[in-house]
Design a protein around this ligand. Structure first.
Ligand code: SIN
Ligand code: FE2
Length: 214
């Protein structure tokens, strides 16, 4: 069977790099359901702006769901089982989110994806994320699955070498990007978010990245 045979008929797929694809509008039809699940996580584990190890405050608001969550502080980046703000476990990963991540991974050639962490990023106009690699996960054989909702953003996606100039991709509401295999350690980031008003999310962008950490 061709890997892409079972894509919904109107899902366009753009290869970005070896092991990396953009699934255009993959989540659009489920957007309201997904947003409801995300908002319920955020009432339990509110967004916050972490300090970087270098002492800066991140412009992106962050939270997590699933067994593990990504946090940052003066002592570095790490995954924790508890929300440091409440000392409670992170909220469970809603079934709708888990299911979306697994379907997107499977469509992209990663059939056995079992994420144990989901980082929720919220961008207000002006917020950005500088170029970095996702390499705090022990398991680099599994991909990163990234869901974008709300205002459009310019996503930078390079190679495993910081010296290579990244390509620029416009990500819109409902887009899903999956990167793994030869692209798993690609440098990536997000340009400062432009202002606007999205019909469902208002003046913001949400991005969820699903990861297999352990
Ligand atoms: C991330 O690298 O964690 C987020 C990427 C994005 O917001 O598109
Ligand atoms: Fe990242």
């Amino acid at each position: 069977m061709d890997l892409f045979d079972s894509l919904p008929p109107d899902t366009a797929l753009t290869p970005m790099a070896p092991g990396a694809v953009l699934l255009h509008g993959f989540a659009r039809e489920e957007d309201a359901l997904l947003l409801q699940a995300i908002e319920s996580v955020l009432t339990q584990a509110p967004l916050r702006h972490w300090q970087t190890p270098g002492g800066y405050t991140m412009s992106v608001g962050m939270s997590n769901c699933g067994p593990l969550g990504w946090v940052s502080g003066a002592s570095g980046y790490r995954y924790t089982a508890q929300d440091p703000a409440s000392s409670q476990p992170w909220p469970a990963m809603p079934e709708s989110l888990m299911d979306l991540a697994q379907r997107a991974a499977a469509q992209s050639g990663y059939p056995h994806f079992e994420p144990d962490a989901c980082l929720i990023n919220q961008y207000a106009p002006g917020a950005k994320l500088s170029l970095h690699q996702d390499k705090d996960e022990h398991d680099l054989s599994e991909p990163i699955v990234s869901l974008s909702l709300g205002l459009p953003a310019v996503f930078l996606f390079g190679t495993a070498s910081r010296a290579d100039r990244p390509q620029r991709w416009r990500l819109v509401h409902g887009d899903v990007v999956v990167w793994g295999g030869p692209s798993r350690l690609a440098f990536h980031g997000v340009n400062a978010l432009g202002d606007g008003e999205h019909s469902l999310l208002g003046r913001r962008r949400l991005n969820l990245t699903f990861r297999r950490v352990r």
